[in-house]
Design a protein around this ligand. Structure first.
Ligand code: G6P
Length: 515
């Protein structure tokens, strides 16, 4: 890090994501209450050594007046957060429309919307225009706060245009981008009307760095020739997603794929896989808290004599909740001896409730749960407890700890950290994880979990039966494998690796230029 008066300075990092890790509630004209979410990315970055991180993103609320914006900006500054203010129209077109009605389903292999799904948010082109405008608004805020030497880390499918906007403003900026969802096969990506523009923007392909900054730990300060460029690094949860991205760039843009990434007339964009993890110690510590222990006891008594199966998902099409519940129904149908000995607890956290597809899903899930409980319930017990809400962290840890079988049946999922959280809380119980082969986590926890094709209801039903009767030694062996992975591949490692890799990429770019 750069030295200042003999004292090393921390590397400044600007993390840019669609949503800030806070929930903001307005209490008065100029007063706000903020609740910081201690989710994956936040705890990952808190654990990164020698990095001074700030967050830039949307606070998730519409603040049309200047008084409110000033007060919120001030309140957020104390939490090291910087807001991007998006008005209702842009949220509708950019967030509900292009991000969540187009890119999200497409990247999860659910295809592009039919006209009727587009009708509610106007045309595809106007959504894409709003997407670009919104990305520019994020860039404007980054540019206001950027200082030379900062690393800018852009996150997710909401901000694929951001690397280009940032490079247009300052070609020397060190920009990294991380995708938290799958990147689909190029055959899927090529159906997107704005396929090329989006790829080019994410590659910042028309930008060429002319001069690099002095590096923090070296005295290299090199003038780059216009034909040389600063590399932008793009990363994904799994090798497959990275490969799909490279092949989309080669097939759609005609660029050259190299073992390191994508090359365009001598400019290399580095592409790599960096699987995320969780802060497993936080979960382990929580299990030792008296309040959590009380909770565990209550749940154990409440479900005494029954095996507990658990699903924890955002109420999203990609999570395969209807398929999971139908598989559970099939299991009950075919294994009558289990009917009063097992319970499925499904926590379905409402999400993106303004998007019509999500509203339809909620009704669909309620209908299926109601039918199955009507069919197999008794006067004193029902087989499925379905909750349309989130749980606080301690309640969630307790629930993970008392679970015998966790069911993660995503139809597609970038990684799925619920599977990691479950494993981290199972030190004592050593329960079974049933995991979709279409979740990124299948690549890391596959050897310990029972992998299933979530579309195959019979296969999932059979896996439930197998999991419930699995011999203790097999359970332990599988758990040991997963536990070792979850506790050694943490969120902190992930973030540290990314930041240091981005720095190395810049060094490499300079050395290449020298040769
Ligand atoms: C996924 C995305 C995240 C997003 C989260 C919650 O995990 O990859 O970027 O923040 O869903 O979705 P929301 O639309 O509520 O921010």
């Amino acid at each position: 890090c750069r030295a200042s008066e003999g004292k090393p300075m921390k590397q400044r990092l600007l993390v840019v994501a669609n949503r800030l890790p806070v929930s903001a509630v307005r209490r008065g004209e100029d007063s706000w209450s903020l609740d910081i979410s201690a989710g994956g990315l936040v705890s990952a970055l808190l654990g990164v050594r020698d990095v001074d991180a700030k967050w830039i993103g949307w606070a998730g609320v519409n603040v049309p007046d200047e008084v409110g914006q000033r007060a919120l900006t001030k309140a957020l500054a104390e939490k090291r957060c910087i807001p991007v203010f998006l008005d209702e129209e842009i949220v509708h077109q950019y967030y509900n429309g292009y991000c969540n009605n187009i890119l999200w389903p497409l990247f999860h292999y659910l295809g592009l919307p039919q006209e009727d799904r587009l009708a509610t948010t106007r045309s595809f082109q106007s959504q894409f225009d709003a997407y670009k405008r919104a990305n520019q608004m994020f860039a404007d805020v980054v540019n206001q706060h950027y200082e030379e030497g900062d690393v800018v880390w852009c996150h997710d499918y909401h901000l694929m245009f951001l690397p280009k906007c940032l490079k247009d403003f300052n070609s020397r900026m060190k920009v990294g981008w991380f995708l938290h969802t799958p990147f689909p096969s190029s055959e899927i990506h090529r159906t997107l009307p704005s396929r090329s523009e989006l790829l080019k923007s994410v590659l910042a392909a028309d930008l060429v760095g002319e001069r690099l900054l002095p590096l923090w730990e070296t005295d290299l300060s090199i003038e780059l020739q216009p034909s040389c460029s600063l590399m932008v690094i793009h990363s994904f949860h799994t090798y497959d997603y990275a490969r799909h991205f490279v092949s989309a760039c080669t097939r759609i843009l005609g660029l050259e794929g190299t073992p390191e990434g994508v090359e365009d007339q001598g400019k290399l964009t580095r592409v790599a896989a960096f699987p995320i993890g969780i802060d497993s110690d936080r979960f382990k510590r929580a299990l030792e808290l008296p309040a959590v222990k009380v909770h565990i006891n209550e749940l154990t008594q409440r479900f005494a004599g029954r095996k507990v199966m658990l699903g924890v998902d955002r109420l999203d099409m990609i999570k395969g909740i209807p398929q999971k519940i139908l598989a559970f129904e099939k299991f009950l149908e075919e294994n009558s001896e289990w009917r009063d000995k097992v319970v499925l607890l499904q926590i379905a956290v409402p999400t993106r409730t303004d998007v019509p597809e999500y509203q339809k899903l909620t009704s669909q899930v309620h209908e299926i749960v109601g039918r199955i409980n009507g069919r197999f319930g008794t006067l004193t017990a029902v087989p499925i407890h379905h909750l349309d809400r989130s749980l606080d962290f301690h309640a969630l840890c307790a629930l993970y700890a008392v679970t015998d079988v966790a069911l993660v049946t995503s139809l597609r999922d970038g990684m799925n950290l619920v599977s990691y959280e479950f494993v981290a809380c199972q030190g004592a119980k050593k329960g079974v994880l049933i995991l979709s082969e279409f979740a990124g986590a299948a690549q890391s926890l596959g050897a310990g979990a029972l992998l299933v094709n979530p579309w195959n209801v019979t296969e999932v039903a059979n896996s439930i039966a197998y999991a419930l009767e699995m011999p203790a030694d097999e359970r332990e062996k599988r758990h040991r494998h997963n536990y070792a992975h979850v506790t050694t591949h943490t969120a902190q490692d992930w973030a540290e690796t990314f930041v240091s890799e981005l720095n190395d990429t810049v060094v490499e770019a300079q050395l290449r230029t020298r040769q």
